[in-house]
Design a protein around this ligand. Structure first.
Ligand SMILES: [Zn+2]
Length: 654
């Protein structure tokens, strides 16, 4: 013992502490599981395990260091006094420490920078008790159990811990749920939306993450959390190892529920959202570019010019949850082995819907734009026409409300357009940007697609006739593809559009089952990487740090603000008038002007006013009127058509 260096002794002490902590954690987990995953707010045993453990880490370090006082070097003795000091005064300083920790996590401050800042704060405010080590401040996990699975490494964060945090933090809201058999007779039902996708870490390597993300439908803040994550140079090679921990935990939860405050909640998956390759992977079915690649019907594709072309329309032959489970159509399945997801109460057809972000936007919409800009004649627009569209798009930038994070870019930057820009184009600006650019037949053809996706993006409730109308428009759009363009465009994406309405009938508007909600979190994961090694443990530690603060949010992301400044001041009121707010008199009273003239936008497949879409003009400026906040209904996007005429579209999710 005398021959070992202080560094080695410190390391041994830390290992001892970590082992003790591991044992305590295992005992607590055992305690929790024995009480059916229960979590009583008033029980100290079941409080947030991460916070309790982090606090214990500090205290245990102090007591062990004191016991080995003679063996530690000066630096460690400094740590001792610092930690002891914190122990005495922590109650008084908790807010400041938390504030600093919150700032560091929000702005993604690296530990070395935070360490320097802590040194300064300790010098300036010596009695405040700021810790010396940023890991103490951020409650960073010191011991991480990463497992190796085929193709890479893997970490499971867990589902029940995340759900319990939400239950502890917020009051759940009621949401409209699909009428699915698996949801029947479930007391206190709460539902999960799950996201699966690959995330390349850099352009210079094949390294990638495959996170499994979750969102509780009843969470008013719509926060996304991470359930597990795979890291490797390819996608996960073994589906059972990748989904095993999640499925095992969900099976247990489905059996016993989640108990919080003496209420037992039933937890079920509402839907799993993924792109086509990820869906074929998790369902163990043929790839989307195979002969039986369609996930919704038993229609065989045909090989033509290096691609698989699908039939235009698929009458009947749709798969059902039962036909999938009982393997009625073997050619659709990859092999005889089943997906681990089939062990759960989950409809493999109805609850793994098509994702419109990949299908309609990054798929079909981008393909059409590429045909117009890079395709062959006569489908390609001339340079002059392309420049005119780009000029229009750039001029719309000042008219795009704040809800759209990305404004319009020119067609010359099309390759870099993100899904949100394609959504803005398809649903809002496309009809104006392409007006008198595309020939009339192709313009009307585009408007069929635009109108269908606009309708499906609205919260229609039980108005099934509108979904049926959207189905007719999509069928017409796909049927005309080989007539107005060419047959090779009828690939998987185009064919799958004809199945989209079926998913809307189950899950509601497109955003209810799109990957958009998970996209931001994917980028957050990428930003968590600071150094070029140990990518997975970096992410696990950063997620842990953010989790310790996550539930302190107080502002709902869905909170809608009414504005009197352009371009955020155009609304529809409860009487259907299109108004522009000029100024605010009190918190709830505004002064508004209205457009006197409203007419239909030409070339739409139905009278556009039925969709709430108008061409408006004659804005009154002399007879302004007062209007209450409660009379304001939907926010609109207003684009100039000519000097005094505007194209007005109510925003789908407002
Ligand atoms: Zn099909």
């Amino acid at each position: 013992m005398l021959l070992t260096s202080p560094r080695t002794r410190r390391r041994r002490v830390r290992i001892q502490v970590q082992e003790t902590l591991k044992r305590i954690r295992a005992e607590r987990e055992q305690l929790c599981s024995s009480s059916q995953l229960s979590c009583d707010e008033n029980s100290t045993v079941n409080r947030n395990p991460k916070e309790t453990l982090a606090d214990t880490t500090d205290n245990l370090f102090v007591s062990l260091d004191l016991n080995n006082g003679n063996a530690v070097d000066i630096e460690l003795q400094n740590n001792e006094s610092e930690l002891l000091h914190i122990d005495c005064t922590e109650v008084g300083n908790i807010t400041r420490r938390e504030e600093l920790a919150s700032w560091a996590v929000t702005h993604n401050i690296p530990h070395n920078a935070l360490s320097s800042l802590l040194q300064l704060t300790r010098k300036w405010l010596p009695h405040e008790g700021f810790p010396k080590d940023p890991r103490t401040l951020l409650k960073t996990e010191r011991l991480i159990e990463i497992s190796l699975i085929e193709g890479g490494s893997f970490y499971h964060f867990g589902v029940s811990t995340q759900i319990l945090k939400i239950l502890r933090d917020v009051e759940l809201i009621n949401v409209r749920l699909p009428h699915l058999e698996v949801f029947q007779n479930q007391p206190n039902l709460i539902t999960l939306k799950i996201g699966v996708d690959g995330l390349p870490i850099s352009r210079s390597s094949n390294l990638q993450f495959w996170p499994l993300l979750g969102k509780l439908d009843q969470d008013p803040y719509s926060r996304v959390f991470i359930i597990s994550i795979f890291y490797g140079t390819t996608k996960p090679q073994n589906l059972n190892s990748y989904l095993g921990s999640f499925v095992e935990e969900m099976m247990e939860i489905e059996k016993v529920g989640i108990v919080f405050n003496n209420i037992t909640y039933s937890l079920r998956i509402r839907c799993i959202v993924a792109d086509a390759p990820a869906r074929s992977f998790i369902k163990r079915i043929k790839s989307h570019n195979g002969y039986y690649g369609c996930e919704k019907c038993y229609r065989r594709g045909t090989y033509k010019n290096s691609r698989i072309i699908y039939p235009v329309k698929a009458p009947g032959d749709e798969y059902s949850d039962q036909s999938f489970k009982e393997r009625w159509y073997e050619a659709h399945h990859k092999d005889i082995s089943t997906s681990p997801l089939e062990s759960l109460s989950l409809g493999m057809i109805s609850q793994i819907p098509l994702d419109y972000m990949h299908l309609c936007l990054l798929g079909t919409m981008k393909k059409l734009l590429l045909v117009w800009t890079e395709g062959k004649r006569p489908y390609k627009l001339s340079n002059g026409q392309q420049n005119l569209v780009s000029k229009r798009l750039k001029s719309y930038r000042v008219h795009i409300p704040q809800e759209f994070a990305r404004k319009c870019r020119g067609m010359n930057e099309l390759k870099h357009w993100k899904a949100t820009e394609l959504r803005l184009f398809l649903i809002y600006v496309g009809p104006v940007a392409l007006r008198k650019i595309l020939d009339q037949r192709r313009y009307e053809h585009f408007l069929c697609y635009h109108t269908a996706i606009y309708i499906l993006s609205l919260d229609l409730g039980d108005k099934k006739e509108w979904i049926n109308f959207a189905q007719c428009l999509i069928d017409k759009f796909v049927t005309q593809i080989p007539i107005l363009y060419y047959k090779e465009l009828l690939v998987y994406n185009m064919h799958s559009l004809t199945h989209l309405c079926a998913d809307v009938k189950v899950h509601g508007s497109l955003d209810n089952f799109s990957a958009f909600e998970f996209e931001n979190y994917m980028q957050t994961l990428k930003r968590m990487l600071r150094s070029k090694s140990c990518h997975l443990s970096q992410v696990v530690r950063r997620v842990g740090e953010a989790e310790a603060l996550r539930l302190k949010e107080t502002v709902s992301k869905n909170q809608k603000l009414i504005s009197v400044s352009k371009p955020n001041n155009c609304y529809v009121d409860n009487d259907g008038r299109i108004i522009v707010l000029e100024k605010q008199l009190t918190e709830t009273v505004f002064v508004a002007n209205r457009f006197r003239t409203k007419c239909n936008m030409e070339s739409y497949p139905c009278e556009s006013h039925k969709l709430g879409i108008h061409v408006v003009s004659d804005l009154t400026e002399t007879d302004s009127f007062e209007i209450c906040k409660s009379q304001i209904s939907k926010k609109c996007l207003l684009l100039p058509l000519s000097e005094k005429k505007y194209f007005c579209v109510p925003m789908c999710n407002y």
